[in-house]
Write a protein that binds this ligand. Sequence first.
Ligand code: NAD
Length: 400
Amino acid sequence: MRTVTIVGASLAGLHAARELRAQGFDGRLVIVGEEPHHPYDRPPLSKDFLTGRADESRLALTDADETAGLDAEWLLGVRARGLDTRGRTVVLDDGRTVSTDGVVIATGAAARRLPGDSPAGIHTLRTLDDARALRADLSRGPRRVVVIGGGFIGAETASSCARLGHEVTVVEAAPLPLVPQLGAPMAAVCAALHRRGGVELVTGTGVAGLRGTTAVTGVDLTDGRALPADLVIVGIGAVPNTAWLAGSTLALHDGVLCDDGCVTALPQVVAVGDVARVGGARTEHWTSATEQPRVAVTNLLAGHTRTTARPLPYFWSDQYDSRIQFAGRYREGDTVQVTEGEITDDGAPGESGFLARYERDGRTVAVLGVDRPRAFMRARRELQRAEGERGERAAAPAAL
Ligand SMILES: NC(=O)c1ccc[n+]([C@@H]2O[C@H](COP(=O)([O-])OP(=O)(O)OC[C@H]3O[C@@H](n4cnc5c(N)ncnc54)[C@H](O)[C@@H]3O)[C@@H](O)[C@H]2O)c1
């Protein structure tokens, strides 16, 4: 393999570049990125960057020394428009083409938008440029902010806006926020965090439309209510960036389909990060974007799936003054129990937080920690160990 092209210059793309060099690839390395920036860290965008506690210099994921060491050609500020898998060419929006032997798809996902035209004052938050625009708009004095969607972006931006002194309402279509991720009992804790943080949470209703012609003035809800607003943040999920692959032979279905080793139907094309559906699941977590590239690059360089990985999913979220950490795989029907600390009468975490365990068929399948980082890390390690042992037992030949 003489040339490898990584399409997508964010966390997963950067980790793929690091892995390629670490695993001995000494050929030509091209990194294509739609955004004009070198890779930066997205988690602070909805938290410390929005509240002004972190400036842009704290976001960089790499520095001049590392980029020199990677010896890559960075094509930034340009989108890939197509992948010709037969001709082994990546086609760029500006007409350029890159001939390549191997491809790492790391194009991530884009913020889902509400249909129709948006008046001024409507924001999504995914990129540094989005965060700059939102921060600038918020800095124009106290505003009435409506956040649409009570997922991660919704909850984190709502708590940042409340901390900045804005009047905030969150609109969530489901009866509780974060149920798919945490299940109803623990989702209720997140709802209590909103209440404790002074944010109104309106659930079980969607958005019928936005008011305002040049600038937004309000949000009409499907239950007939109208909320006045000077600024609206839309956090209603993310869509994997696969449109550029439509003409390729790759299988696409809510992401790029790959096996457990991040390999697509073509051994010279692998996918990592938010865009990759690995072994049937797409995990939009920071840790997946840092773990998948090692496996993907090993297999890309081997020319076949030599190794697979099913790391235990992990995510964290900072909401109001609480840190929520979750590891494992939650499924509807799992039971959940607080095993350390407590949930108070108002439904929010007690002063020293709590640890909860999710059980299925008599075994722990996931752990949740709220403001209990040490206990959580211990429980996460135990779960990792148990999962690893289960995996080994499943892979071992049956005893005679
Ligand atoms: N801490 C973290 O791990 C973190 C933080 C920020 C973002 N992210 C990632 O960013 C991505 C986007 O985050 P997100 O919060 O937008 O997505 P999400 O899927 O976490 O939440 C979207 C929420 O919007 C609700 N919703 C959808 N349509 C709606 C409508 N019309 N009206 C009201 N509610 C509606 C859904 O019910 C859901 O609760 C995700 O991939 C997420 O994993 C992760």
